[in-house]
Design a protein around this ligand. Structure first.
Ligand code: SF4
Length: 187
Protein backbone atom coordinates (compact mmCIF):
# COMPACT_ATOMS: atom_id res chain seq x y z
CA UNK A 1 0.00 0.00 0.00
CA UNK A 2 0.93 3.64 -0.35
CA UNK A 3 1.06 4.91 3.23
CA UNK A 4 0.89 8.48 4.50
CA UNK A 5 3.20 8.44 7.50
CA UNK A 6 2.52 11.37 9.77
CA UNK A 7 5.89 12.29 11.29
CA UNK A 8 6.52 14.62 14.21
CA UNK A 9 10.33 14.84 14.01
CA UNK A 10 13.44 13.13 12.65
CA UNK A 11 14.34 10.97 15.67
CA UNK A 12 10.80 9.58 15.88
CA UNK A 13 10.74 8.88 12.13
CA UNK A 14 13.65 6.44 12.08
CA UNK A 15 12.14 3.25 13.48
CA UNK A 16 8.51 3.45 12.23
CA UNK A 17 9.84 4.24 8.77
CA UNK A 18 12.02 1.13 8.76
CA UNK A 19 9.09 -1.00 9.95
CA UNK A 20 6.65 0.33 7.35
CA UNK A 21 9.03 0.57 4.40
CA UNK A 22 9.57 -3.20 4.54
CA UNK A 23 6.06 -3.71 3.17
CA UNK A 24 4.77 -0.38 1.93
CA UNK A 25 5.51 2.70 -0.14
CA UNK A 26 5.84 5.53 2.38
CA UNK A 27 5.06 9.23 1.92
CA UNK A 28 6.24 11.27 4.91
CA UNK A 29 3.75 13.93 6.00
CA UNK A 30 4.89 16.75 8.27
CA UNK A 31 1.66 18.08 9.78
CA UNK A 32 2.60 19.74 13.06
CA UNK A 33 0.94 23.10 13.77
CA UNK A 34 1.49 22.36 17.47
CA UNK A 35 5.23 23.11 17.31
CA UNK A 36 6.27 26.53 18.53
CA UNK A 37 8.18 28.75 18.16
CA UNK A 38 8.52 28.84 14.38
CA UNK A 39 12.32 28.38 14.35
CA UNK A 40 11.88 25.18 16.38
CA UNK A 41 9.29 24.00 13.85
CA UNK A 42 11.75 24.67 11.01
CA UNK A 43 14.63 22.94 12.77
CA UNK A 44 12.58 19.78 13.35
CA UNK A 45 11.33 19.81 9.78
CA UNK A 46 14.81 20.23 8.33
CA UNK A 47 16.14 17.38 10.48
CA UNK A 48 13.33 15.08 9.37
CA UNK A 49 13.57 16.09 5.70
CA UNK A 50 17.29 15.36 5.55
CA UNK A 51 16.69 11.83 6.87
CA UNK A 52 13.85 11.23 4.41
CA UNK A 53 15.72 12.76 1.44
CA UNK A 54 18.74 10.55 2.07
CA UNK A 55 16.41 7.54 1.66
CA UNK A 56 14.76 8.87 -1.49
CA UNK A 57 11.40 9.42 0.17
CA UNK A 58 8.78 11.96 -0.74
CA UNK A 59 8.14 14.43 2.10
CA UNK A 60 5.05 16.64 2.15
CA UNK A 61 4.83 19.63 4.48
CA UNK A 62 1.36 20.77 5.48
CA UNK A 63 1.41 24.57 5.66
CA UNK A 64 2.38 25.78 9.10
CA UNK A 65 -0.61 27.38 10.83
CA UNK A 66 -0.07 27.37 14.61
CA UNK A 67 -3.30 29.32 15.02
CA UNK A 68 -5.18 26.12 14.06
CA UNK A 69 -3.59 24.35 17.02
CA UNK A 70 -4.36 27.29 19.32
CA UNK A 71 -8.00 27.13 18.20
CA UNK A 72 -8.17 23.35 18.68
CA UNK A 73 -6.95 23.55 22.29
CA UNK A 74 -8.80 26.71 23.30
CA UNK A 75 -9.95 26.30 26.90
CA UNK A 76 -7.76 23.23 27.59
CA UNK A 77 -4.31 24.67 26.91
CA UNK A 78 -3.11 23.97 30.43
CA UNK A 79 -4.70 20.49 30.70
CA UNK A 80 -2.22 18.03 29.10
CA UNK A 81 -4.53 14.99 28.76
CA UNK A 82 -7.38 16.55 26.84
CA UNK A 83 -5.05 19.05 25.14
CA UNK A 84 -2.96 16.22 23.69
CA UNK A 85 -6.02 14.32 22.46
CA UNK A 86 -7.15 17.39 20.54
CA UNK A 87 -3.61 17.90 19.25
CA UNK A 88 -3.42 14.30 17.93
CA UNK A 89 -6.83 14.68 16.28
CA UNK A 90 -5.81 17.87 14.49
CA UNK A 91 -2.45 16.63 13.24
CA UNK A 92 -3.70 13.22 12.14
CA UNK A 93 -6.68 14.76 10.40
CA UNK A 94 -4.36 17.09 8.48
CA UNK A 95 -2.05 14.19 7.63
CA UNK A 96 -4.96 12.05 6.45
CA UNK A 97 -6.29 14.83 4.20
CA UNK A 98 -2.84 15.43 2.72
CA UNK A 99 -2.21 11.71 2.30
CA UNK A 100 -5.51 11.25 0.47
CA UNK A 101 -4.58 14.16 -1.83
CA UNK A 102 -1.29 12.40 -2.60
CA UNK A 103 -2.91 9.10 -3.55
CA UNK A 104 -2.27 7.25 -0.28
CA UNK A 105 -4.45 4.34 0.78
CA UNK A 106 -3.43 4.20 4.42
CA UNK A 107 -2.45 6.44 7.32
CA UNK A 108 0.08 5.83 10.07
CA UNK A 109 2.06 7.94 12.53
CA UNK A 110 5.42 8.10 14.27
CA UNK A 111 3.85 9.52 17.44
CA UNK A 112 3.55 6.10 19.08
CA UNK A 113 7.32 5.63 19.24
CA UNK A 114 7.54 8.05 22.16
CA UNK A 115 6.92 6.73 25.68
CA UNK A 116 5.89 10.29 26.57
CA UNK A 117 2.78 10.09 24.36
CA UNK A 118 -0.57 8.42 24.96
CA UNK A 119 -0.59 5.46 22.55
CA UNK A 120 -4.26 4.61 23.12
CA UNK A 121 -5.35 8.16 22.42
CA UNK A 122 -3.18 8.27 19.30
CA UNK A 123 -4.76 5.04 18.07
CA UNK A 124 -8.26 6.40 18.66
CA UNK A 125 -7.55 9.73 16.95
CA UNK A 126 -5.87 8.06 13.98
CA UNK A 127 -8.74 5.65 13.45
CA UNK A 128 -11.19 8.55 13.21
CA UNK A 129 -8.93 10.64 10.95
CA UNK A 130 -8.26 7.75 8.57
CA UNK A 131 -11.96 6.84 8.31
CA UNK A 132 -12.88 10.46 7.57
CA UNK A 133 -10.63 10.39 4.52
CA UNK A 134 -11.32 6.83 3.33
CA UNK A 135 -7.92 5.50 4.45
CA UNK A 136 -6.89 2.33 6.24
CA UNK A 137 -5.48 3.08 9.70
CA UNK A 138 -2.16 1.31 10.26
CA UNK A 139 -1.34 1.60 13.93
CA UNK A 140 1.51 0.02 15.79
CA UNK A 141 2.72 0.74 19.29
CA UNK A 142 6.36 1.51 18.49
CA UNK A 143 7.41 2.26 22.09
CA UNK A 144 9.55 -0.90 22.34
CA UNK A 145 11.65 0.62 19.54
CA UNK A 146 12.24 3.90 21.38
CA UNK A 147 15.67 2.95 22.82
CA UNK A 148 16.89 2.04 19.34
CA UNK A 149 15.45 5.27 17.89
CA UNK A 150 17.31 7.20 20.59
CA UNK A 151 20.55 5.37 19.94
CA UNK A 152 20.38 5.79 16.16
CA UNK A 153 19.39 9.46 16.25
CA UNK A 154 22.26 10.22 18.64
CA UNK A 155 24.69 8.28 16.49
CA UNK A 156 23.50 10.21 13.41
CA UNK A 157 24.03 13.52 15.24
CA UNK A 158 20.39 14.46 14.71
CA UNK A 159 18.83 17.42 16.46
CA UNK A 160 16.87 16.05 19.46
CA UNK A 161 14.38 18.39 21.07
CA UNK A 162 13.83 18.51 24.82
CA UNK A 163 10.10 19.24 24.84
CA UNK A 164 7.11 17.77 23.03
CA UNK A 165 6.25 20.68 20.76
CA UNK A 166 3.70 23.19 22.00
CA UNK A 167 4.58 26.16 24.22
CA UNK A 168 2.76 24.74 27.26
CA UNK A 169 4.80 21.53 26.90
CA UNK A 170 8.00 23.62 26.78
CA UNK A 171 7.02 25.34 30.01
CA UNK A 172 6.12 21.99 31.63
CA UNK A 173 9.43 20.44 30.55
CA UNK A 174 11.43 23.46 31.82
CA UNK A 175 9.63 23.28 35.17
CA UNK A 176 10.24 19.54 35.45
CA UNK A 177 13.97 20.00 34.77
CA UNK A 178 14.16 22.80 37.35
CA UNK A 179 12.36 20.58 39.88
CA UNK A 180 14.83 17.73 39.27
CA UNK A 181 17.81 20.08 39.59
CA UNK A 182 16.49 21.37 42.91
CA UNK A 183 15.93 17.81 44.11
CA UNK A 184 19.50 16.86 43.20
CA UNK A 185 20.84 19.87 45.11
CA UNK A 186 18.89 18.74 48.20
CA UNK A 187 20.33 15.18 48.15
S1 SF4 B 1 2.28 18.17 24.77
FE1 SF4 B 1 2.73 17.45 22.68
S2 SF4 B 1 0.98 16.16 22.10
FE2 SF4 B 1 0.38 17.39 23.88
S3 SF4 B 1 -0.60 19.20 23.04
FE3 SF4 B 1 1.53 19.72 23.33
S4 SF4 B 1 2.52 19.27 21.39
FE4 SF4 B 1 0.54 18.24 21.36
Amino acid sequence: MRVALHACCGPCLIEPLDALAEQHEVVVIYANPNIQPADEYELRYETLRQWADARGLQTVEVSYEPELWERAVAGVREAPGVRCRRCYALRLSQAAAEGARHGCEALSTTLSVSPYQDAEAIDAAGRVAAAEHGLVWLFEDYRPRYPEATRRSREAGMYRQNYCGCLPSKKEADEERARRRAERRRT
